[in-house]
Write a new protein. Structure first.
Length: 369
């Protein structure tokens, strides 16, 4: 096992560090930057189905559901296709309205999640076209779907999903961009710009990973608290949910993710000097609004950990700690802002002596209801 961990203390840490290459493996051969082309057989072969779709319904569970939420922003923003994101477990039991004009995208790392599999079967029985986004080749979901694409993240052993999440987002971004091009909802220069920026993401993830020592120091300060709040807006709202999930899963600290603007409808009541609040406040995407949320937190003495764009000064002046990520397009920012949240959870869990790779009560793949 030590050899399999490749010198890292845990599979989770190894998998966090594998993200630059895993993301590259996801777009390799599919994204040709010089030619400004994206090609994926599963999408090309079914282009009519995608372009004629009334809407896309995404079904998934857990972290994969969070990737689906990020995809909702990307698909709607770039390809202008309406998207609904559903917990597979809810979708399968609530007699959903599904027609032959619906495209369902099922996202699953393992390809074995029972609820997601059942949701796929239901959608197929109603005549919808079902596209799978899986990591495990030949898995049940990969076989059950009408078409699909693999993330190529490599085996993920840690129960808490890391590289599966970022590669799912990468793959869904490629699909959204391809459809946007086919739909004519993105200009050729904007399309090219996205490809160039996506190609730079692995290096920027690497750069973000260099903050590990700083993040470890922050983990040490907050490891003994009982509650954490995570806030983000737009593309980074799902990242807040995922950050909170990661902390819950492996450290057993209670954490909630919220859209930053919803704070005033409840969570603000929890804020006092003992409450750490992780706020994703990168430069593009509602920055000024997030800054005013941060001011609200500060006036209630909450402890602020800001995830900011390199060179930020405004949040730095208000926050107790900041963790910088390189600048990128807003639509690609989740691929960077997720990284410090993974490391923060990891280090808190290690300091609390938790079983990081196999947290209590959790399973890597949930093949029963
Ligand atoms: C379990 C795992 C999570 C995962 C979820 C969905 O709860 O512990 O990490 O996100 O299942 O799994 P899937 O394989 O369908 O992505």
């Amino acid at each position: 096992e030590q050899i399999e961990k490749g010198g890292y203390d845990h599979f989770m840490l190894k998998e966090i560090y594998e993200q630059p290459s895993a993301i590259k493996d996801t777009y390799r051969g599919r994204m040709l930057v010089d030619e400004a082309i994206i090609k994926m057989a599963g999408v090309e072969d079914n282009m009519k189905k995608f372009l004629n779709a009334n809407r896309i319904i995404i079904v998934a569970c857990g972290t994969s559901w969070h990737a689906g939420l990020v995809a909702e922003y990307i698909f709607e923003d770039l390809a202008r296709i309406p998207v609904e994101v559903e917990y597979a477990s809810e979708f399968r039991y609530r007699n959903p309205v599904i027609t032959e004009k619906d495209v369902v995208i099922a996202i699953s790392q393992s390809g074995e999640t029972a609820d997601t599999l059942a949701a796929i079967k239901l959608a197929k029985s109603k005549g919808a076209f079902v596209f799978g986004v899986c990591n495990v080749v030949g898995s049940s979901i990969a076989r059950e779907t009408n078409a699909g694409a693999y993330t190529h993240a490599g085996p993920e052993i840690g129960v808490a999903s890391t590289k599966a999440f970022t590669t799912q987002i990468t793959l869904l971004t490629l699909i959204a961009l391809r459809l946007a091009r086919a739909n004519g909802t993105i200009s050729s220069s904007d399309f090219r710009h996205h490809l160039i920026e996506l190609e730079m993401i692995p290096e920027k993830v690497k750069k973000t990973l260099e903050s590990e020592a700083h993040i470890k120091m922050i983990a040490d300060i907050y490891k003994d608290v009982h509650h954490f709040l995570y806030l983000g807006r737009g593309y980074n709202f799902p990242v807040a949910l995922e950050g909170a999930l990661k902390l819950k899963e492996i450290s057993y600290i209670h954490a909630e993710g919220y859209p930053a603007a919803e704070m005033k409808h409840g969570p603000i009541a929890l804020i006092d000097e003992n409450m750490p609040i992780v706020v994703i406040a990168t430069k593009r995407g509602h920055y000024e609004k997030v800054v005013s949320n941060i001011q609200e937190i500060k006036s209630r003495k909450g402890k602020i950990i800001g995830i900011v764009t390199e060179g930020d000064v405004e949040v730095k002046a208000l926050a107790d700690h900041v963790i910088e990520v390189p600048e990128t397009l807003e639509s690609l920012s989740p691929l960077l802002t997720t990284i410090p949240l993974q490391l923060l959870s990891y280090h808190i869990a290690v300091m609390l002596n938790r079983n990081v790779d196999q947290p209590r009560n959790l399973a890597k793949s949930v093949t029963v209801e």
